[in-house]
Write a protein that binds this ligand. Structure first.
Ligand code: DLZ
Ligand code: SF4
Length: 508
């Protein structure tokens, strides 16, 4: 009996679980560009283009390998607009009565598959090192789920950077050597860029016609869109960027959108690169003496530590995770997140490059836009939707825990042991944004005071009840309490006035 084998736009791996369960002689592969997936949030056009182009090329590879692929293009006249609709149509067409799907990375689709009027078996996505069972076993009975301990398990399990039972170099984590301020000169010219081929050019025209009005620039488009290109992009980063990745991973420079970041996360997440092959390539660079341990360990930790941990949390916490709001933040997302002018240079820079590239690196996301949203009390759901929309590597399983948990503390501390808030100090130290800003990083009150300074105290003050007992925050409250009462009142008054101007749509 033939079956349908569903492959979603972020499941483009030749050894994806559903495909491993398939019979080439009798089963049909189903792939579909559908309006539902392209619009559950209004994605950045570059993200849609990457996914559609990579889907089309992957379908061609499968056909060349002898599979019968039933592929729906977005503008096909009989496109039903949803994945389940396409499965039903293909079931009719082929006589298949059963579907094998690799479990999607989003509760929304899992529920749609469970509720579908045909049998869809969802097999676990084994592109991850930690299965659901393994993560739950690790998490069971623990008071707190800190990434660092989970990461050590992953090191042991994969053998990456291990000397027998001990971590390479004697330490598990070399972050202490990372996080250097922005360097004078960048010697990496950024991710490898690819010329448009006929498939990509056709997809760009389609995306321009259908999604051209969404936030974000479609062109220039230069992403890798197949496995061979993604491997070249990885090799380019390993050869030219990795050695300094660790040192400068938190740095930010105006006009330098990538610094030493490889920008390979979208390729891993959609299946063009296998996470272990990426880590092994980095480990080899260390073994060959081409990159230092602090860079390689930091890079590998992002993949087998953070990425796996975040996914474990998403599935463990369940479908209501994105609606959590532990700090009861209700403010609307200000228009400068959509490119309207702001006088805060750090925010303007992060948003501008997001608009251009569908990318900003993790410190821009965490310490500029995320920090600002948390300090000013923006609804975490709105913040989550923004990140899911604008970033090319944003799929809910990875984006939601990073935003709802790590960045906005809306999960009440499942992921972060304290809220990631900081005043202008940190941004000033790690970037060159402050020098040309309308506001002054070192000014604490008055017209030129950096809003991050005002809002930092406003945040701590308004959440005192929740955080005053947190041992990692005692120092902050002690500093606040030592200030003269009049000064505290001035700060809070100015912060409220600034927020009111922002809410009124003034250029702040
Ligand atoms: C993100 C995305 C987009 C934009 N379009 C499609 C599509 O048309 N067809 C498809 O199969 N997948 C698409 N995707 C990826 C899915 O939304 C993704 O599989 C789920 O969000 C789960 O991670
Ligand atoms: Fe951002 Fe404040 Fe620095 Fe301006 S002064 S760039 S608003 S941190």
């Amino acid at each position: 009996m033939s079956r349908l084998i569903l492959i979603l736009g972020d499941q483009l791996s030749p050894d994806i679980a559903a495909l491993k369960a398939a019979e080439k002689a009798s089963d049909f592969i189903v792939m579909a560009e559908v309006a539902d997936e392209a619009s559950y949030v209004q994605h950045h056009p570059k993200k849609i283009a990457l996914i559609f182009a990579a889907m089309r090329k992957f379908a061609a590879e499968l056909r060349a390998d002898g599979w019968d692929v039933r592929y729906t293009q977005l503008d096909d006249t009989d496109n039903t607009g949803s994945i389940v609709g396409e499965l039903l149509q293909r079931a009719d067409e082929t006589g298949a009565t059963e579907v094998i799907a690799t479990e999607p990375g989003e509760w929304r689709l899992i529920a749609a598959f469970n509720d579908a009027p045909l049998r869809i078996t969802q097999v676990e996505d084994d592109r991850f090192i930690a299965s659901h069972g393994m993560f739950d076993d690790w998490a069971k009975g623990r008071k707190s789920l800190r990434m660092e301990y989970f990461y050590r398990e992953m090191r042991r399990k994969t053998g990456l950077l291990m000397e027998g039972d001990a971590p390479e170099g004697g330490k598990w984590n070399y972050d202490h050597d990372n996080r250097k301020p922005a360097p004078e000169e960048i010697t990496f010219d950024g991710p490898l860029r690819f010329e448009l081929d006929a498939t990509v050019a056709e997809v760009l025209d389609l995306v321009e016609a259908r999604f051209g009005n969404s936030f974000g620039q479609l062109r220039p488009f230069w992403f890798a869109t197949d496995r061979a290109q993604a491997r070249q992009a990885l090799a380019h980063f390993i050869r030219h960027g990795l050695a300094k990745f660790g040192d400068y991973q938190d740095a930010m420079l105006e006009g330098q959108k990538f610094l030493y970041h490889g920008m390979i996360s979208p390729y891993i997440h959609i299946g063009l690169l296998d996470p272990l092959e990426v880590c092994q390539a980095a480990e080899n660079a260390y073994k060959n003496g081409d990159a230092p341990l602090n860079a390689v360990e930091g890079f590998i930790r992002q993949i087998i530590g953070w990425r796996e941990y975040i996914r474990g949390i998403y599935f463990r916490e369940g479908p209501d995770y994105t609606s959590r709001n532990a700090l009861n933040h209700q403010r609307k997302l200000p228009s400068f997140f959509w490119g309207e002018q702001t006088q805060m240079n750090c925010v303007a820079q992060a948003v501008k490059q997001t608009e251009e590239e569908a990318y900003a690196h993790h410190i821009q996301r965490l310490m500029v836009t995320g920090n600002f949203a948390l300090l000013s009390g923006i609804s975490p759901y709105e913040v989550h939707e923004w990140y899911l929309r604008v970033y090319v590597d944003a799929f809910e399983w990875v984006e939601a825990p990073n935003v709802i948990g790590m960045s906005q503390f809306a999960d009440d501390g499942i992921i972060a042991s304290k809220p990631y808030v900081s005043s202008a100090n940190y941004i000033d130290k790690m970037s060159d944004y402050c020098g040309s800003c309308h506001y002054k990083a070192k000014v604490k009150t008055g017209e030129k005071a950096c809003p991050f300074n005002l809002l930092y105290w406003h945040f701590l003050n308004r959440h005192r009840g929740k955080f005053k007992g947190n041992p990692r925050m005692g120092q902050m409250y002690a500093t606040w309490d030592r200030m003269a009462e009049e000064r505290r009142e001035t700060i809070l008054r100015e912060a409220d006035a600034w927020l009111a101007r922002m809410d009124a749509g003034d250029r702040v």
